[in-house]
Design a protein around this ligand. Structure first.
Ligand code: SAH
Length: 396
């Protein structure tokens, strides 16, 4: 691919330059002194007339620039640059790829691809682009994905709501090759291999919740007695844990997800896992009314706070499920509790857990602080990119 010099440039204000020095991956519109170019263009970034890097320009959202490179001589961002970054990101996943064929290959700015994620499910790669800039490079990237990963198909799952903010259509399509409706992938957890089905063209997210992988393994290592997997989706916490627990129960409100759970239960030869369709709020309440108790409980709800305005209601929801779950555990019982709300900080979530324990009149030790899976790296300068919080609490 021949490269053109970068035509357009954006100049940072003094304040914008200070902000850029924090190494945050974005620059907001208010921090631009001047801008030229259209939505999705790759532009030179200037400060006092001097080139300091290159970035994707966004003209629709508050985020004006997403850094591609910080350098006085930025490279022409063409196929070669993307191939190098993709190959490096892929190589970083090698230790994980030895244990599973389902993993994230590209995680946004943390892998040098602002606005883009690429997940691999065995022979299929699924990408999601959330910005106009990322959208422009998709054709070139699709080509490189086939070359670097050796997959048979590349599909775009671009049905995300946030794309509307960027003026992008919501759509899903096959970019390369042919994609089976269903793929069986595997994870070699601490108690052995678990196989599970993924439907990349219609499942939640790009097909599965890859970001919880190592947390599932940590929970399985500590499995014992009665194990409750609440907000289970296809029961991946329960499937791993069932190898050690006496009994595993997966609760979710989605019939489709529970069907996948039942299929995986059979395929893995597991006989002590029960999938139950229920609202977790009701299930926990009724379980305590029935006088049940559990040895291990996982709470992995969807993001209750999708934006800042929803935080207060979300906090009430987190407090309630955690309080109820805490009350269902006896001494020595473990709670593996998660929040994937980008707008709720780790400290904010801990505060909710303290209130929940107060409400449950129970004492807990915080025995492990965990986060998102290793293939979803956090950008140090962007605290919210550590979106998944996972704590293991022990009742005493
Ligand atoms: N633990 C799963 C991912 C869970 S995602 C894994 O590791 O793969 C959150 C799940 O919560 C989704 O499957 C969704 O169907 C379910 N869900 C959302 N609200 C619910 C509710 N009130 N009761 C039960 N399940 C719910």
């Amino acid at each position: 691919m021949s490269s053109r010099p970068l035509e357009h440039a954006c100049e940072l204000t003094r304040k914008g330059f200070q902000w850029a020095r924090t190494r945050h991956p974005w620059v907001y519109r208010d921090d631009l002194a001047s801008a030229s170019g259209s939505n999705g263009d790759i532009v030179r970034v200037l400060h006092e007339g001097r080139v300091i890097g290159s970035a994707f320009l966004g003209t629709r959202s508050k985020i004006a620039l997403r850094w591609i490179e910080r350098s006085e001589e930025p490279r022409e961002p063409g196929a070669e640059l993307w191939r190098e970054r993709l190959a490096a990101a892929h190589a970083r996943r090698a230790p994980l790829a030895a244990r599973t064929d389902a993993y994230r290959v590209v995680h946004d700015a943390a892998d040098g691809f602002p606005g883009l994620v690429v997940d691999r499910y065995g022979p299929v790669a699924v990408l999601q682009s959330t910005t106009a800039g990322a959208e422009r490079i998709v054709p070139a990237i699709a080509e490189e994905i086939v070359a670097v990963l050796g997959v048979q198909a590349v599909i775009a799952r671009n049905d995300l709501l946030i794309r509307e903010k960027e003026g992008l259509p919501r759509e899903s399509r096959i970019l390369r090759g042919t994609c089976p409706d269903r793929i069986w992938v595997h994870e070699d957890g601490p108690l052995g291999r678990i196989e599970y089905p993924v439907e990349p063209q219609r499942g939640q997210k790009t097909g599965a919740y890859l970001d919880q992988r190592e947390n599932r393994w940590a929970a399985a290592e500590r499995a014992e007695g009665r194990f409750l997997d609440a907000f289970a989706h296809q029961g991946l916490f329960a499937l791993h844990a069932a190898r050690r627990a006496a009994e595993a129960i997966a609760v979710d409100s989605s019939t489709a997800a529970l069907e996948l759970c039942e299929e995986a239960t059979g395929r893995n030869g597991i006989t002590n896992l029960k999938a139950i369709r229920a609202n977790v709020f009701d299930y926990l309440k009724e379980a305590s009314e029935r006088g049940e108790s559990f040895d291990r409980i996982v709470l992995d709800p969807p993001a209750f706070a999708k934006n800042r305005a929803e935080v207060p209601a979300a906090v009430r929801g987190y407090r309630e499920i955690n309080r109820r779950a805490m009350g269902l555990l006896g001494a020595g019982g473990l709670l593996v509790t998660c929040s994937c709300s980008y707008n709720l900080s780790e400290e904010g979530f801990l505060e909710v857990l303290r209130e929940a324990a107060g409400g449950a009149r129970a004492d807990f030790r915080l025995i492990e602080r965990r986060g998102q899976a290793a293939d979803h790296p956090v950008v140090l300068a962007h605290p919210e990119s550590a979106y998944l919080k996972c704590f293991i609490l022990e009742r005493y």
